[in-house]
Ligand binder design. Sequence first.
Ligand code: ZN
Length: 376
Amino acid sequence: MAFDSWRETPRLAQPSSSANRMCPTRPKTMQPINRRSALIASSLLPSCLSRVLANTPEEKLPPKYLTSDADIVFHSTLGYPKRWRQLYEKTLKHYASTCGRVGPTHVFLIENPDWDSENISEVRRKKLLNSQKQLKREFAQLQGHNSDGRYLDWQTGNHWAGWSIDPAHLTITMTMSPLRDSLQFVIGPIHEYTHALQTAHGYAAEAIDGNQMGHSRWTGPAWWREGSAVLISYLYSYHHPELFETLQDNISWSRFSHEMNRNMDLYRKSKTSIRTGVTHDDWQRLEKIDKVHPVVYAGGSVACAMLLKRCGSFKQLMSFLPKVAQMGWEPAFENHFELTLEKFYRQFSETVARVSPEFERVPTDQNWFAFLERMK
Ligand SMILES: [Zn+2]
């Protein structure tokens, strides 16, 4: 599944009781894919914060993630193929050197026995499963849980980015198989690390104080979070063909524009506005009607392409992120893109109604996406 293979499948569940136990010390760990636990935790936060303000010695201020010079630590299952680990690391370091080393970020690279289920030996299968077991424990302990981490769902294709507040760090978990889609070792790290950037820059105590907007107050609407990760992972890959030098294929202009035209087509056919893909509850509703991908991912990426066009360069688009921490997502949006969110939604739906996606060849200069070919 070419485009689905690194969607974050929202299956991971921290035991919800652990969220309830987090106060009185303060919510310890939140994962974007486990919004419910996080919301329970955030409703408990104000009382924690008041203790912080009262300067009780055992309480610390809510942590901030580092937005530069943070450590990026790799963990992998025993015997993880060196070539693929190196490619993954190279991509992530390349991207982080351009957009900032945020975190600390812990990256877990997981090999599964089903990558090559017909050829794997029984001995290797057992070793691999055993190694996963140990790594799950390591993951849980890193998050501050004394647990064996059995709640972690590491099946192939189940990728996600997460965060922990205390201890403060970000996590990325990747299970993709090089036998299914090797390009994912370049696109995947960029996609997930974009979530790390969004989280590290978007973090603000204010953003988790109250839950009426779910996490959209923190790192923005779901369509922005996923749409920007989809667009940027392709754009960055297109700008840096050197990342693909050990692979047979790369992200050419025709591939990139085809992907985005397909996203435009999927979004148009969904007949559902990105406005319906903002909060955690929206996500749940869209999931029930099988529209998370066309609206949040595909529609979001098209919306972010429009925002990129508006601000003129990749660098300008990324310079939006630090404003989120200072101003909150929506005021930062209005300041950076110089239009209200409401107006953007209106303009966006007018554009979408007007354009025709082109798939079969390199798009013409009239294509809605043609502007990106030479944009830096
Ligand atoms: Zn994502």
